[in-house]
Design a protein around this ligand. Sequence first.
Ligand code: 5CA
Ligand code: ZN
Length: 410
Amino acid sequence: MRAWTSPEVPDLTALGLGPGPAAHVHDTARGKAVVLDPEGRARMYVCGITPYDATHLGHAATYLTFDLLQRVWRDRGLEVVYTQNITDVDDPLLERAAATGIEWTDLAEREIALFREDMSALRVIAPDHYIGAVESIPLAVALIERLRERGVTYELDGDVYFSVHADPAFGEVSGYDQATMLRLFGERGGDPGREGKRDPLDCLLWQAERPGEPSWDSPFGRGRPGWHVECSSIALETLGHDFDVQGGGTDLIFPHHEMSASEAQVATDDRFAKAYVHQAMVAYAGEKMSKSLGNLVLVSRLRADGHDPMAIRLAVLDHHYRTGWEWADSDIVDAAKRLGRWREAFASGGPAAEPVVAAVREALADDLDAPRAIAAVDSWVDAAMAAAGDGVPGSGRTVASAVDALLGVI
Ligand code: 5CA
Ligand code: ZN
């Protein structure tokens, strides 16, 4: 699948600022901040959209968070290999298509096009591998075959299941107890109550063809892959195992990230990812912003209403990714004011750039603390305004480049 065009990212070392600090980020599995500073190259997988009703601000928050991590890594001097999927065939997408009378492929295509536009407007660095579920079916089939050879699958009325406990590390991503796992599995697309399963938590690898639904040939009969094997197979193919970060929203911790990790771990005898990083949920009107609830604030709507995408970016980044928050309609107004002041100060110049660049770098390297980075820029902007054009020559340009490189705001 074609991604979108990436923004240019200024190289701060070319400005004599040296490389940035190593990233420390909270790993859900270990329950604490860990250093993510691989040698030379960082590999990251972030779960992509199911293409209907995209891109709401919750999605935007997720992709902006991992965009910050990518920027911290690049500033450190690392090469980044970034993969994102698109769940372009799945129950909710097919249900929405059926309910609205649109062909599911047309719905997916339309929403992916909109998502691309939103991502480039928000200046999100594009993934190197942008891969749809449909185009990756051969990868999923190959992974299911590997699991079958290992004897960790079984058939039930034409469907193929994975025995999750075949992975001794099953449960270590989420750390949830059995009752929580069962509840979340039932709420998030799983089938804990299905008769005939060997364990209620076992998950579908391959779902046999259902009347009126799309299906593909496979060694297990016609059908389509389960959701988790989509991400495990795309990640293994493009990044290999033991890659640096598996990312997404907290709604994916269980079952999705737990189960995709276990599938991959049993197939490869190695760790799936070194760290699991999760964006807290963004809410609106008192509830988690979600397609199924319909309480959405869309990036494309805000753009169509004339809001500067950079103000949208700033409004989202003013919330730390690990704390859930609720969008308020005034957020965009406040962000636009801040953006105006920043641009004015960058043009006029102010105090020396080095301390504020160091503060922004430190804040982001410390568990992607964007609000603290923004506050550091605010302080410099206040001082620049007070200096009324009487600042250090070139400082405005340097701070603007650092804000561009690290926060993605121009
Ligand atoms: N296609 C799957 C992942 S393989 C999926 O979850 N799609 S999604 O469209 O529902 O969500 C896309 C990404 O946005 C996921 O990483 C999800 O965790 C995240 N996300 C969804 N809703 C929110 C929200 N309200 N706040 C923050 N992140 C969210
Ligand atoms: Zn996924």
